[in-house]
Write a protein that binds this ligand. Sequence first.
Ligand code: SIN
Ligand code: FE2
Length: 214
Amino acid sequence: MIAHNSPPLDLGGAKLFKGMLTRASQETLVDVLREVAVTAPFFHPVTQSGKQMSVRMTSAGRLGWVSDRRGYRYEPRHPNGATWPAIPDLVMDVWRAVANIDRCPDCCLINYYGEGARMGMHQDKDEVDFSYPVVSISLGDDALFRIGGTVRRGMTQSMWLQSGDVLMMDGAARLAYHGIDRLRFGSSDLLKGNGRINLTLRVVAAEPTDDTNA
Ligand code: SIN
Ligand code: FE2
């Protein structure tokens, strides 16, 4: 059972459920993700201009997020041609516990941050309906998360996200600029070889279908 017992902290309008996943749940989740990565191996996305991103990525769910020379978009298949694996039950439990809505996410984006990896400030806006929240789960090393408003160069706030933290961007924060400035590489012993995994859950498409979670 995944639940949150205390009200979330406010982080620039986003909701931070600090330490929501126990160490045992985090370990289970890492094992489950290892299996996801067998069917859907992590890959190094490149931007349209051909620049390699510093994170490695894969996805679960009926749609996965990809970026390559053709640009970035949601795709029903991994670049290797396989359909994405199902979103793990434990991840769905987290979504249900915090999002509290009757709609499954279409995509669970899985980002791996190795030493020196970061994520530039951006908005999550490739989805059709911004009334659905974005829920993200942090595993492994601490990461300095930065969040601003809906304009690129506005004021920002920063906070270290730690293993087991769950963050929800909804309401006014749904389209907030956000990114990861840096990692405290080696700060957690959850992942062999250190680093950080972030899972991002999103409703992407307008209508749920029978295979939403397939
Ligand atoms: C993202 O916004 O794509 C990732 C955020 C994070 O790694 O916490
Ligand atoms: Fe994002």
